[in-house]
Design a protein around this ligand. Structure first.
Ligand code: CMX
Length: 133
């Protein structure tokens, strides 16, 4: 089951500068976490129930650094919260979606995550995310 939009991922050049912008909007940063496996540093906010993750690449070859170089800062991905990520990945695969991750990895906050290629989702990088609530 798809439960909700788990979060919106926003690619930024400089995490501290981006935090200032989002705090000026009236949100409060809750946590800053580095995820070496994804080569990102992330700052987590909540706007009501909606989680927002600012993402800064930590290496030149980070997917986020490459995105910012090529397309500039902005919305990087949308994550759908699901209850059984392996089952969802299997369904998407059967329906012809191009999976970036065939098996889930561990992402921000210890969630199980997997990405689906934007070329098969109408230009949107989609993340599936299963987390303990
Ligand atoms: N949203 C929409 N389109 C995107 C995109 C994004 N985030 N990133 C790349 N694209 C587009 C590119 O513009 C390109 O389109 P064109 O061919 O029309 O120019 C196409 O997808 C392929 O891009 P590419 O530059 O050839 O491929 P990359 O080497 O940049 O890889 C992607 C793109 C999506 C496969 C790679 O970024 C990836 O594997 N992402 C998943 C992991 C990830 O993003 N981790 C960081 C976040 C981690 C977290 O939140 O925990």
């Amino acid at each position: 089951m798809i439960k909700k939009v788990d979060h919106i991922g926003i690619a930024v050049r400089d995490l501290e500068e981006a935090i200032k912008i989002w705090e000026s909007l009236g949100l409060k940063v809750e946590e800053i976490e580095e995820v070496p496996d994804q080569k990102v540093r992330t700052a987590i906010f909540h706007a009501g129930e909606t989680r927002i993750e600012l993402l800064e690449g930590t290496t030149e070859d980070s997917p986020v650094s490459k995105f910012v170089e090529k397309r500039g800062e902005g919305i990087h991905h949308i994550a759908l919260g699901v209850d059984n990520i392996e089952e969802h990945l299997q369904k998407l695969k059967e329906n012809g979606f191009r999976l970036i991750d065939v098996t889930p990895r561990i992402g921000v906050g210890g969630a199980k995550i997997a990405f689906v290629h934007p070329k098969s989702v109408g230009g949107v990088l989609l993340e599936l995310c299963e987390r303990e609530e």
